[in-house]
Design a protein around this ligand. Structure first.
Ligand SMILES: [Zn+2]
Length: 446
């Protein structure tokens, strides 16, 4: 038998601990370990926005950034069409059409891609689409409680009941729309368009209120609930309180909520304008407590790409929301969490690889177990460097981490045994990435 790849003298960072070993790969699968650089499973980012209504990254540009950042699998969103001023797909489009549209576009990816369905309209017909989509490997569905495409609790309850019956996952963006809309209206009236005012428009209690409603509905239906981009103590506390023995309530935070505060607006203007907003130092500390304590299982990016000129506008409400970071998430989180706050390497691997893979049914991803895909990051934990957006692969021309001095750098990224990025350059053609067909995840198994 010929081995395709051998990683020598590595420290394998598994979800359970550190193992000194060489890693053997054949036909894109891990076939053995023989007993140095840190060798981690490829990062699994279950929350990115490529080729959508809210991001200018294509699958090609977004997955180039991912490959450079050690991210070997992403879960992107297939948005159902909706009525409103901000939809690129108005009309009667179905969720199935959204999934087909995304799968076609994803053919130019460099990393492996799965999809969440995004339900944007209160049309009962969508409920009848879900079973077929779950059978077809789309096993998680996102809904919003806010914006033009937000859904009201009554319809969210119907979705939860259906997803519970199908054993699929409900992914929730929770902010109370009434509170956020009233605050934004008042700030527009009084001319408070300065970027430092923005976080006040979407307060922590609005996030927690909507999380509380959604979590109660989830407990009622028994659905697997995944609260995305949890940004603050109040919302994380809601999730924690619902995590009783048999409940299926899980939460995610994003790298920016662990590394930046609302003070960033003073230096960066609207560039870090995201929703929910950046929060206080106390919230960052609380998010770390909830990561350590297990309330929050996953650290993602919520990667969104825009040019800085569409964000740096006079009044924040005229600017685009979101920030790109999939190229930086591993080194930025490693530097903050492992080096500054003492999180262990295995914990980092659980939060960024193993847990997202298990939660979303990416069964061959997120570990270095024998038999799984040889998705590997070779990471130099001692290299020092400074983030610059000049080497962005994303179409976004800025980084909210610009100028940040980091220790720890991605050297090489392997996907199914093939090197896809080395020393800051991608090394495969667009299209190397594959569509990941997912199984319904078994949340009781971990
Ligand atoms: Zn998002």
């Amino acid at each position: 038998m010929g081995l395709d790849l051998l990683i020598k003298d590595g420290t394998l960072v598994t979800p359970d601990g550190l193992v000194e070993a060489n890693l053997l790969v054949e036909d894109g699968r891990i076939v053995g370990r023989v007993s140095h650089r840190e060798t981690l499973p490829g990062i699994v980012d279950p929350h990115v926005h490529f080729e959508g209504p809210n991001s200018i990254d294509t699958y090609r540009s977004g997955t180039e950034a991912a490959a450079l950042g050690g991210v070997t699998s992403v879960v992107n969103f297939a948005w159902q069409a909706w009525e409103g001023s901000d939809t690129p797909w108005s009309g009667a489009g179905t969720l199935r059409e959204a999934v087909d549209r995304q799968r076609e576009a994803a053919a130019s990816s460099l990393v492996d891609v799965a999809l969440h369905g995004t339900i944007t309209r209160e049309r009962p017909e969508v409920l009848d689409e879900l079973e077929g989509l779950v059978e077809d490997g789309v096993v998680s569905f996102k809904v919003f409680t806010t914006y033009d495409f937000g859904l009201r609790n009554g319809f969210i309850e119907r979705i939860f009941e259906k997803l519970s019956e199908l054993d699929a996952v409900a992914v929730l963006h929770t902010e109370d729309d009434d509170v956020c809309t009233a605050r934004e209206d008042e700030m527009r009236r009084s001319g408070r368009g300065d970027p430092v005012s923005y976080p006040e428009s979407r307060p922590t209690h609005a996030e927690a209120m909507a999380a509380d409603d959604a979590v109660r509905l989830a407990l009622q239906s028994g659905v697997k609930y995944y609260g995305i981009h949890t940004s603050c103590a109040e919302a994380a506390d809601v999730i924690e309180a619902a995590q009783t023995d048999n409940s299926r309530i899980r939460g995610e935070t994003c790298v920016h909520y662990t590394t930046l505060t609302e003070a960033a607006h003073a230096d960066q203007g609207n560039l870090p304008m995201i929703a929910p907003p950046l929060r206080s130092e106390a919230d960052v500390d609380s998010i770390f407590e909830h990561l350590r304590g297990g309330t929050l299982d996953v650290v993602s990016t919520d990667h969104v790409a825009y040019k800085s000129d569409s964000k740096q506008v006079e009044n924040w409400w005229d600017g685009e929301y979101g920030a790109n970071s999939v190229q930086r998430s591993l080194p930025v989180f490693h530097d903050e969490a492992v080096l500054k706050r003492g999180l262990s390497y295995p914990a980092l691997v659980r939060l960024m690889s193993t847990n997202p893979a298990r939660i979303f049914g990416l069964t061959n991803k997120g570990t270095l177990e024998v038999g799984t895909d040889a998705d590997i990051v070779v990471f130099d934990p001692n290299a020092t460097w400074t983030v610059t957006s000049e080497d962005n692969a994303s179409k976004a021309d800025f980084s909210i981490y610009e100028g940040r001095e980091l220790t720890g750098r991605v050297e090489r990224t392997y996907l199914r045994g093939t090197c896809i990025a080395a020393d800051g350059e991608t090394t495969v053609q667009p299209g190397y990435g594959r569509a990941i067909t997912r199984e319904r995840p078994d949340w009781d198994a971990f």
